[in-house]
Design a protein around this ligand. Sequence first.
Ligand SMILES: Cc1cc2nc3c(=O)[nH]c(=O)nc-3n(C[C@H](O)[C@H](O)[C@H](O)COP(=O)(O)OP(=O)(O)OC[C@H]3O[C@@H](n4cnc5c(N)ncnc54)[C@H](O)[C@@H]3O)c2cc1C
Ligand code: SF4
Length: 548
Amino acid sequence: MPQKKKYDCIVIGSGAGGAPFAWRLALKGMDVLLLEAGPRYDPYKDYALDKVDWETKGFPYRTRIKYAFGDSQTLDNKYNNIKSWNKASGTLNRSDKRKYLEYQMVSGVGGTTLHFQGEAHRLHPSAFRMRTLFGVAEDWPIGYDDLEPYYLEVEKIIGVAGPSGIPSRKRSEPYPLPAHKLSYASQVIENGCKKLGVELLPNSVAILSQAYRDTAPCNYCNGCAWGCPRKDKGTVDVTFVPLAEKSGRCEIVTNAFARRIEVEKKRGVKRAKGVFYYDKSGKEHFVEGAYVAVACGAVETPRLLLNSGINQNGLVGKNFMETTYYLAVAFHPKRLDAYRGIPIDSVIWKWNEPNSKQGSHGGFRLFPTAGSAVGPVNYALRYYDGWGEEFVKNAEKWFGHAMAIGGIGEFLPNKDTFVTVDEKVKDQFDVPVAKIQSFLGESELKTLDFMAKTSKEILKASGADEIVEEFSTYDFFNASHVFGTCRMGKDPAKSVVGSDLRSHEIGNLFVTDASVFPSSGGGDAPSLTIEALSLRAADLLADKIKKG
Ligand SMILES: Cc1cc2nc3c(=O)[nH]c(=O)nc-3n(C[C@H](O)[C@H](O)[C@H](O)COP(=O)(O)OP(=O)(O)OC[C@H]3O[C@@H](n4cnc5c(N)ncnc54)[C@H](O)[C@@H]3O)c2cc1C
Ligand code: SF4
């Protein structure tokens, strides 16, 4: 239960967008209430990596927010070469429609960063100007230089290890930690890249390469997606949340699901008055806030706003962008043990600039990874055919031999891709759930096709024998990076919030999560940008209040 009835600011959602905003305002002397729908996880107790059956356990979700899916896209046969398959099961989607798997969101203190791989990227400067440069998506109302000081500050808080010389990302200071060394499997791929004249650079990651934040360095167990049991990954719960709590002005209430933002109209002007939320037992509460910030992620933020009757020019939920993803796994004649190391220790940035390839807009990046080859269960389920003795022989021969290249690329907004609420499907609190509908455009299909072709060339040049698995978002929706449903922009007719993340419609309401992205970037991991935007918005608000 909150200690007070009224706060200077109520922040809803404690992920990459919510916690930094809450911390900064608390630091500036405001009394902040942070409402989080999920529980608090204890990294030392709750994660599965030290359990015998860790591989089948995955991330230990304790609560999940319910959502629904809309219409499915009919697959275009022209791209059947990028259908998902593996050696053990064959084609994974045998229908002619794209299948919805899941929106991989974590509900808990720290949000989806608890599950993330620790990649910490700055966006390519051209990715902020997609409309001006290529006539697609929309320009950001700010650019790389506006975010540079905030990128730097966040990198220091979360502890980013990275190299110098990532293309086009001008830095005013080096990364706070030295880059991680490449795993053996990545070195094999680096040699393949060299043969093709492609540069592979160490990745920039919020994973400790040296002792930092009073924490010992990473042990290279590759288990980041299971939740780091050592606090080595710069998730929000071990970085911004402790800072917010230390400020003495930020109260965190867990298992508090915000149902509705109360909006009042005084002399023709709308303002957010406070938030109705349910506690774990289903009891409803109301708290008042001078300001309200929504940071529930790009699916739950539009749901909350729409369920509160807030829909600036009908734009809330539009322009949803998801993850354009491809993975190829191959066997190498040598045992590489690709599961040793951090999950993504290096990146090929060559095609990340939005105009770097023919026929489609937006960039992408490729990276060596263990992919699905994280342990014996996944090997058995995906890569070996045959039964009985033949299966055992295959397992003995091939375990540890898998190598993989993954790729993530730009997703351009389109009219068939959006989030709305489904009045027919309700959650345990009788609140209509978010409905996600996503269709790939020609640009995403071409990007996936190009990623597949290039990844296979690199695997071959690296000495791979046989491809044993391909997975792509051509035939499956399986989003981990989502954006765009409350776009930021200068023009209130085309956007929901301004460059300060303040709602055009309601002056004391903010959206401080990935919903505000006008374009998705060329496969860059988004959390660093979300956190930088969030700190910037908090500074702008605090300055305005100070000036009266
Ligand atoms: C497997 C995986 C790997 C990833 N790897 C990376 C990576 O390496 N690098 C990277 O930058 N990004 C990565 N991402 C993406 C990254 O985690 C997200 O982009 C980021 O966490 C989004 O931040 P957010 O603030 O928008 O939302 P979230 O972090 O999802 O936070 C939203 C929070 O709001 C809460 N909430 C929702 N609705 C309500 C409500 N009504 N009331 C109260 N609380 C509510 C939720 O419980 C949640 O805690 C990965 C994601 C996944 C799934
Ligand atoms: S690889 Fe490092 S950061 Fe990731 S879970 Fe293991 S110890 Fe933690």
